[in-house]
Write a protein that binds this ligand. Structure first.
Ligand SMILES: CC(C)(COP(=O)(O)OP(=O)(O)OC[C@H]1O[C@@H](n2cnc3c(N)ncnc32)[C@H](O)[C@@H]1OP(=O)(O)O)[C@@H](O)C(=O)NCCC(=O)NCCS
Length: 178
């Protein structure tokens, strides 16, 4: 069987259709933003890639088609980055998000020049925490009852990774900068 290996490249406007497909793929994507038609997908992508945007948005691709997104929203003044990600339903459970997160975290704390990355995930979304730990993030705390979801208050686990933290062992994905 052929081994499929995803790659990373910069998000581009042509990815809007694939972004819409990803948002349609699972109801759990609803918390990632307002994308329920092509115009909203175009606006979502446009916001992430417009000149001067603080977002470093990378498409996780298979055969150049976007299947997931890895993004670092940069706070330049503090050299911090808010780290976030999603994967279309059909491509989940293969370790691709974890590999992409580890690859982008190394890049962000290396050539991109950031010194701290941070993220948060709802505690009832444990797979997101597994992705974060795989990418070398360490849990720093819990924001108790942070979100109100379907009438229930939900805790959020907060994670950080510093430039001085050890790198995890992982198989880096190929990154295409242009
Ligand atoms: C969270 C999300 C990105 C995970 O994507 P994924 O492609 O399935 O993740 P991976 O296949 O890379 O798996 C990562 C790890 O989670 C583990 N995992 C899978 N299901 C799990 C579960 N129910 N509980 C705990 N860990 C789990 C995997 O075993 C893997 O760990 P390992 O590498 O140590 O074996 C995906 O579910 C998603 O897009 N969800 C909707 C958006 C979202 O919640 N984004 C995060 C917001 S904070």
């Amino acid at each position: 069987m052929t081994h499929i290996s995803p790659a990373l490249r910069r998000l581009r406007s042509e990815d809007a259709r694939a972004v819409l497909d990803a948002f349609d793929s699972n109801p759990d994507m609803a918390r990632q933003g307002e994308v329920s038609n092509l115009a909203e997908a175009e606006s979502y992508v446009g916001n992430l890639i417009k000149p001067g945007s603080p977002h470093e948005a990378w498409a996780i691709t298979v055969d150049s088609t976007l299947v997931g997104l890895m993004c670092v929203s940069v706070d330049e003044e503090n050299r911090n980055g808010w780290f976030w990600y999603w994967m279309t339903d059909a491509a989940r459970g293969r370790g691709w998000t974890a590999a992409a997160a580890a690859t982008i975290a190394e890049w962000a704390l290396g050539p991109r020049g950031l010194e701290r990355l941070e993220l948060g995930h709802r505690v009832n979304n444990p797979v997101s925490g597994a992705v974060a730990r795989r990418a070398g993030f360490v849990q720093e705390g819990t924001e108790c009852e942070k979100f109100l979801v379907d009438g229930q208050r939900v805790d959020v686990a907060t994670y950080g990774r510093l430039r001085s933290d050890p790198s995890p062992s992982f198989e880096a994905l190929q990154m295409v900068e242009a």
